[in-house]
Structure formats: C-alpha cells, structure tokens
Design a binder for this molecule. Structure first.
Ligand code: FES
Length: 164
C-alpha cells in the first residue's frame, strides 16, 4: 500500500529542528497512521538530523508506539484482574473468533480491526471493559460484542458508500 507522506511533511513543518521535537512528531505520525511507517521515520530522521537507529530505539522503548501497521479500528480488550474475574477471556475469545484474528496475527486482512489486550484500562468498576478507538465500552458481554462489531461494520460500509 502506498502511503501519502505529504501529511508527514505538514507535521514536520509544525516543529522546530530540535531533538526535543522527536517524540511529539512521532506521536503525531502515530496518530495519523495508527503506527509508525518506516518511510515516515526516515523523513523524521532527515528533518531532525537524528539517526534512524535512535528513532527505532525510541519507538521500541515506548509501549504506545507501534512499528506494525494497525487496523482502522483498534480494539483494546482489558484482561486485568477485575475484568478477568468478570469473564473478559470469553469476550476476548468472541472478538477474536468473530474477526478471525489471533494473538500472533492481531489485525484483520482488510486492515479494518486490530485486537489488543491491556492489563488495566483504569475503569475496573465498569469491568469487563473494552475500548474501541477512544470509546469506552463498559460491562461487556459476548452478546454485546456481536452487536458492537456489527454496528461498526455497518457504519464502515456506510462510510465506504459515501467515499464512492
Ligand atoms: S482490570 Fe480491567 S479496567 Fe482495570
């Protein structure tokens, strides 16, 4: 897939050529693509005069950065203690089986969904919890997972028809 890197140039223009700009730029690029594409990192390296290996070092040090392409919708399923005792495993299994993903291959082939687990979303009182993008979904059940995925797919197909 060809990436439109012109938006990376726009991001770079907003920051001074200073090593202190590195992490904010990487955050903006990650927000743009949901991950850090290699070509974007090369542009950052040229712009800030920072070696690509240093940038990779930062990318791998911070858990929030990802070097792997992710789907349009990132589903974070909590498997912390509070969620686990309220059967988060069944919810996670349902999501994976509905989407045909595994812990090793956690993004769907159509790049629509990425499924991740987290150890606590800080909302234990609402367990079991999952987050889709920025949206928190409390007190999840297997049935609610089916409904939620169906509604996202429906919304997505609506978006596609508008794009056409
Ligand atoms: S353990 Fe799931 S939100 Fe805290």
């Amino acid at each position: 897939m060809d990436l439109d890197l012109s938006k990376v140039d726009e991001i770079l223009k907003r920051y001074p050529v200073d090593q202190a700009s590195l992490i904010p730029i990487m955050q903006d690029v990650q927000n743009l693509y949901n991950y850090l594409p290699r070509k974007a990192l090369e542009k950052i390296s040229d712009y800030l005069h920072v070696t690509i290996s240093k940038i990779y070092g930062v990318a791998t040090f911070y858990e929030n950065f990802s070097l792997d392409a992710k789907g349009k919708y990132i589903i974070r399923c909590c498997d912390g203690t509070a969620c686990h005792v309220r059967k988060s495993t069944a919810i996670l299994n349902e999501i994976r089986s509905e989407l045909g993903v595994t812990p090793q291959k956690n993004t769907t082939d159509d790049m629509m969904f990425t499924v991740e687990t987290v150890s606590c979303l800080g909302a234990c009182g609402l367990a079991p919890v999952m987050v889709v993008g920025d949206e928190v979904h409390p007190a999840m059940t297997v049935e609610k997972v089916k409904e939620l995925l169906a509604s996202i797919r429906e919304k997505h197909s609506g978006d596609m028809s508008i794009e056409i």
